[in-house]
Design a protein around this ligand. Sequence first.
Ligand code: NAI
Length: 216
Amino acid sequence: MTKNVPAKTVGRLSLYRRLLRRLDARENPHIFSHALADLAGVSAAQVRRDLMTVGCGGSPARGYGVNELIDELSAFLDAPEAQNVVLIGVGNLGRALLAYFPARRPRARIVAAFDTDAQKAGRVILGCRCHAVSEMEEVIRREGVSAAIIAVPAAHAQDVAETAVRAGVRGLLNFAPVPLRVPAHIYTEDIDISTSLDKVMYFARAGFGADDVRND
Ligand code: NAI
């Protein structure tokens, strides 16, 4: 596995794959870096640099083969086998995630969920077994879980993150609106919808034009 690829690069590579999958490869068997760059909203040089990182080189005359590129990006982004993931917190958001992910992300297999609510623990919810939180460490270890999705109220997010990490989880997708304090080797991605909405509302009011404002 390629190490030390920056998180932003990995995010862009995932975006490129999503965009390429939307193209009809029969109609567009090849794509130039500038065309992919237009779709992704980045520069062509950025696309070429990112694709070089994972060893994808295009032909100057024809660009990149769309299907070949999707395969190469998948070889980089995906584990050879499905990775086991758990969901912590089966409330409104947790249920939506359970309904959304399994069909669309077969390689991220949500093997268990956890909730403090006694009405939920012990039940199968949207096809996923929900356990009591006291069972979390044992289930994570037994199932070889590598990542956890946190969808609990903010006040409980740190606690459940620590439990998951103690059991061996190394990646956290955190929907709770609170930063997590975890060891440096744990990769955390925060999905903070409130901040995103604040940004959208701010720029809707203030106006947004220059491309370079976006990431400053
Ligand atoms: P919710 O109140 O519907 O669900 C929270 C669930 O977590 C409940 O089932 C509760 O029993 C469980 N829970 C509480 N403490 C727990 C613990 N220590 N361990 C395991 N489970 C525990 O809340 P909702 O709406 O699903 O939101 C969950 C989190 O996601 C919150 O932090 C919220 O701010 C955030 N969020 C919610 C969004 C939404 O659209 N509902 C959008 C973005 C973020």
